[in-house]
Design a protein around this ligand. Structure first.
Ligand code: C5P
Length: 411
């Protein structure tokens, strides 16, 4: 990634324009130099002063401001990334047809960097054949047009058309700066299942055995797959602070056994959707659970507590491999620390053989690595003997490498 990437943030005139201020804050806080290009309609929703204060840069809408510096050509040429959020139906139409009637659309024509559109509009507009054709045209030219989120729109309507969460847009923006070709539409027509988070095994009504997984890697896998065109089911265990990824079906599970039921059901699918083409087990599943679940809170009574008796949970990954449908790709994760018997990679190879999955992502953990942090690194091992080092980057970047390997196995 360039040291201080230059980002153009286009803002079109929809009510979701107010969320662009949050996106702008996230982009500047992560060290990007951001110039905001609102449309004239966007300034009906959010004042230029807000964008100028948050970006520290002037805000113009037309091509006749600051003419001597030729901004309608220069801004696009010099950008490392253009993000348009929200992208309204009108903005997508103007961009698809190469209009250059304001500073934002002129900059879209001169930009040669990755372009990310985050649409927001009413469901009818998103589903209209005119918008579908404009989106297809933009995508065919290499632009990334995100799938919008579903949910409450302005007024009482619900359906696809909500602006994806600003954190998600910022995450994909960072991914495109790390890797411009990270979001091809190569998973369109595929159904994938991802598990995320950490299971909790109850001891009594208030206590549990848990782990430190935040769910961020699994959410990044789900988000990237959805934006590469897959139909995604995300089985999520205790990831309360993470917003649901746009265009992803989220199912909640608490314990390892609940997660097992939810993952197996999602992978099986039904007559309407069919079975999954790939499943990625990114969740940290508890290997053991207490034998006894106290129905009342366990009390101190002055005597020494009873030792905890544990029993082994089913290994979901092994079950998935056993039940694997022809052509289905099964991916596991392994969080390892080296020890006296071998390094992280050695343990990873042994685990791949033991579990029998097609791909295994091996993370070195401990010393603040992998858990509860935005970045990740490791190796991607294939049952075919392949081995790829995944250098440090965002969890979305690691996810993009995993989906590359899965897509290659689909053939
Ligand atoms: O054996 P270990 O827990 O290190 O294996 C990690 C991989 O196995 C992860 O992909 C995890 O989701 C999966 N797993 C599982 N069921 C378990 C334990 C782990 O599916 N009971």
């Amino acid at each position: 990634m360039p040291s201080s990437p230059s980002v153009l943030l286009g803002v079109a005139g929809g009510i979701a324009a107010y969320k662009s201020a949050e996106l702008l804050r996230r982009l500047t806080e992560t060290g990007h130099s951001v110039r905001v290009l609102p449309t004239a309609a966007a300034l009906e929703f959010v004042g230029a002063a807000t964008f100028e204060a948050l970006s520290g840069q002037p805000v113009h809408t037309g091509v006749f401001s600051d003419v001597p510096s030729v901004p309608h050509v220069r801004l696009g040429q010099q950008a490392d990334l253009v993000v348009v959020a929200p992208a309204t139906a009108d903005l997508l139409a103007r961009a698809a047809h190469g209009r250059a009637d304001d500073l934002l659309t002129a900059s879209l024509l001169t930009a040669r960097c990755p372009v990310l559109f985050a649409p927001a509009m009413h469901t009818e507009m998103w589903e209209h054949p005119a918008t579908r054709a404009n989106v297809a045209l933009l995508r065919s030219r290499g632009a990334v047009v995100m799938e919008p989120a579903s949910g409450r729109l302005t007024g009482r309507d619900t359906g696809p058309g909500r602006l994806p969460d600003p954190a998600e847009i910022a995450d994909l923006a960072r991914l495109l700066l790390e890797r411009a070709d990270a979001l091809p539409r190569d998973l369109a027509g595929r159904r994938v299942v991802v598990s995320a988070g950490g299971t909790r095994e109850a001891l009594d009504p208030v206590r549990f055995l848990g782990n430190r997984s935040s769910g961020r890697q699994g959410y990044a896998l789900a988000r990237v797959a959805a934006q590469r065109g897959a139909a995604v089911t995300l089985v999520s265990a205790h990831t309360a602070e993470l917003a649901d990824p746009a265009a992803v079906d989220v199912v909640r599970a608490g314990s390892a056994r609940e997660l097992r039921e939810a993952v197996l059901a999602a992978v099986r699918g039904d007559a309407a959707v069919g079975g999954a083409d790939a499943v990625v087990m990114a969740a940290a599943v508890a290997d053991f659970r207490p034998v006894d679940l106290a129905t009342h809170k366990i009390k101190k009574d002055g005597s020494e507590p009873e030792p905890l008796r544990l029993t082994t949970n089913p290994d979901i990954l092994v079950d998935l491999v056993r039940q694997r449908a022809p052509g289905q790709v099964v991916v596991g994760f392994a969080a390892e620390t080296g020890d006296g018997s071998g390094d992280v990679l050695h343990h990873g190879r042994a685990k791949l053989a033991r579990k029998g999955c097609d791909l295994l992502v091996v993370n070195a953990v401990g010393d603040g690595r992998a858990f509860e942090v935005p970045d990740n690194a490791g190796w991607l091992l294939g049952a075919d003997g392949s081995e790829r080092e995944l250098t440090s980057g965002s969890k979305a970047l690691l996810a993009s490498h995993v989906w590359d390997a899965v897509a290659a196995r689909f053939g």
